[in-house]
Design a protein around this ligand. Structure first.
Ligand SMILES: [Fe+2]
Length: 382
């Protein structure tokens, strides 16, 4: 029998849970918290309830928001300096994947020293991190429950993947109400990122029965609720279901890791500073077409979830059905479909395939890829 390991933080899920940040920090022994959030979150009004709950719990706080999407190494180093100068004793990340990844990376550098580059790869963190509380405001990245942090190496324009059990936050607070301020395109592309997490985790060579249950349920939730969530900012039922989809996909991929979509997406996102969800949304059907022969039974299960009332689904047609489903979903929700719309061109194929081949997410892809295979996928997605 194979041995399984499954890691996850304490999870607080529900409308209004963002007001639990202060008491959650106190439970972890914090007195002075370092809040990492981005200007968009502040503008949307989600920093206020966090600050109120900290004040209510008797905590003092500092705020760091001096970073950008696809967060950079030098922004992490600035944040780590500010954290140390502030003498805070816990870190709260509030926002999308960028805010949470920066919060984690600041924790690494502040307690382990050196530069964030020293921790690229698997299990390089040696000293314990301060208490981490993460509050996602996009149903997408899954970083609030994952052992990942993705930071851009600004000199080489490559996304560094840092994987360590130390990066699993102590508490993840998931409040579906925060999703009502997302615009339509962000809802669509982050939702397709969730679908990508579910599918890549399910077909990963590191998948286990413990990750499969979360991966499959996240796929089902996206199939049923992404369209209504994109259609209405105030459909709370759809927002709650998409928040749960994001959470379950995050639990699945944190433990089963990902695959070629994320490996290629990291290479493209690092080089051209493009939004993660948009790039994944474009690559997903092309990678499924390539990966299909590696796990026809698993793709059959996915097709059965996407087409619950259809007869005659088999391992022969499941791959084509999944790809057709995703293309229709992209059309319905207005998601991008071509890399060339973001300014990419044929001459970029070589460098992207070189970097993608070395990405940590490629290791768990169910089908082997050569540089030429990646190039072919890139050109199809162009
Ligand atoms: Fe992702």
């Amino acid at each position: 029998m194979k041995m399984y390991k499954f890691v996850m933080p304490e999870i607080i899920f529900g409308n209004g849970s963002i007001r639990r940040v202060g008491e959650s920090c106190v439970r972890l022994g914090a007195q002075n918290v370092f809040i990492v959030t981005d200007p968009g979150v502040i503008k949307a009004g989600w920093l206020e309830p966090v600050i109120e709950s900290c004040k209510h719990a008797g905590l003092t706080y500092s705020i760091f928001s001096d970073f950008t999407t696809n967060p950079k190494d030098y922004e992490v180093e600035k944040g780590a300096k500010e954290y140390m100068a502030s003498e805070c004793d816990a870190i709260v990340g509030v926002g999308g994947g960028s805010s949470i990844d920066v919060a984690k990376a600041i924790a690494i550098v502040a307690t382990n020293g050196g530069k964030i580059h020293d921790y690229e790869g698997v299990d390089k963190i040696k000293r314990p991190l301060p208490p981490l509380i993460m509050v996602p405001t996009t149903a997408g990245s899954g970083s609030e429950v994952s052992q990942f942090s993705i930071i851009l190496n600004s000199e080489h324009q490559i996304k560094m993947t840092i994987i360590s059990k130390s990066l699993i936050p102590d508490i993840a607070i998931i409040d579906p109400e925060t999703l009502v301020t997302k615009d339509r395109l962000l809802t669509a592309t982050t939702g397709l990122d969730v679908l990508t997490h579910g599918i890549e985790a399910y077909v990963s060579i590191a998948a286990t029965p413990l990750t499969d249950v979360h991966a499959l349920h996240s796929i089902k939730l996206v199939a049923n609720y992404l369209r209504p969530s994109v259609a209405s900012k105030t459909n709370m039922d759809a927002k709650e279901k998409m928040a749960m989809a994001s959470l379950q996909a995050g639990l699945a991929f944190s433990n089963a890791i990902l695959g070629a979509v994320h490996a290629i997406s990291h290479a493209i996102g690092g080089r051209f500073l493009l939004p993660h969800g948009d790039v994944n949304a474009i690559l997903l059907p092309h990678v499924i077409e390539y990966n299909y022969i590696s796990a026809p039974e698993k793709f059959l299960h996915i097709a059965e979830i996407l087409y619950p009332h259809k007869n005659g689904i088999s391992t022969v047609n499941a791959g084509d059905l999944i790809v057709a489903y995703i293309r229709k979903l992209q059309d319905d929700i207005g998601a991008p479909k071509r890399l060339r719309d973001f300014g990419l061109a044929e001459e970029d194929a070589d460098i992207i395939s070189r970097y993608a081949l070395e990405d940590a997410c490629m290791i768990t892809n169910p089908r082997d890829l050569t540089k030429e295979d990646i190039k072919a996928i890139f050109l199809q997605a162009l």
